[in-house]
Design a protein around this ligand. Sequence first.
Ligand code: AMP
Ligand code: TRP
Length: 334
Amino acid sequence: MEENKKVIFSGIQPSGNLTIGNYFGAIKSWVKLQDEYDCYYCVVDLHAITVRQEPKELRRRTLEVLATYIACGVDPDKNTLFIQSHVPAHSEAAWLLNCYTHIGELSRMTQFKDKSQRYGESVTAGLLDYPVLMAADILLYNTDLVPVGSDQKQHLELSRDIAIRFNNTYSPTFKVPDGYMPEAGARIMDLQNPAKKMSKSSDNPNSYVLIMDPPDIVRKKLSRAVTDSIGIIKYNDEQPGIKNLINILSTATGKTIKEIEKEYDGMGYAKLKNDVAEAIISEIEPVQKRIKELLEDKDYLESIYKKGADKANYVADKMLSKMQRKIGFVPRAR
Ligand code: AMP
Ligand code: TRP
């Protein structure tokens, strides 16, 4: 029964075009969870506006992220797929939780410190408040597990702290969520600087491969990937570029690291890069085709995000009422 399943919540911001990092590191692993867990996957448009978005682009990307979830195999009949702004409880709960969060905690967040350096004095209150909205996302659904990358661990810790603080102030209200790290190898690094994770927000397009990149572009970007002058294909930390390429090849083909090392023993980097490009292409080509089909069927997409929002609103409103009651608000007359 669904009620006995553990709850998973995760989301991706429609703030840029998704990369193969999002694909291999997040969305693909969600597919494996859909039978065992009760999963909520959200397109977090409220989070995206913490930095300025072009309205038309935001609208387009929001639907594209949703279509990507589905195209990658996240089944809308097994999971709750929705758009964050369609569930007003997220914004409302974030306000409430703001009053149980300390400015000190928020200004210590690494992501905020990085971004506020970039924007200086004009850094928005939204950017500071970002982790509280994320806590609201998670806590509204009695979430057990949150699949996130290592960069989001700090935000998840804060969600836990906020939940515990609220529970201690009143009485047990929220489940305290745990992180859920996908298996090793899922972290895809920047092709130009393999010390950094591949990110859709990089200024250099050669740093990342987008899920929607056409085959020629994938080949070009891979051929330019930074490697080293050692000349041996071995999986180790001294060769972060090669390590990353092996990782991508392994996740895309299902071959183990050992198998790949053996297969490429004595071969050149050009061959490896070429094979990585082809492996990526054969993985993403069917996904691209499906995304395009889905984006042309707006009625179908709408039926999915409507069904998702109906379910999410139902669950989230119950938790929001519980929070309001505990805090001491007069219940709304119905
Ligand atoms: P973001 O694009 O930073 O909003 O991340 C959305 C999701 O994709 C998170 O769960 C991240 O952990 C995951 N993700 C993003 N970039 C990568 C990457 N380079 N490697 C693995 N996972 C990633
Ligand atoms: N902050 C997350 C990221 O950038 C996205 C996100 C928003 C999220 N709300 C969430 C992830 C709730 C997990 C759970 O990756």
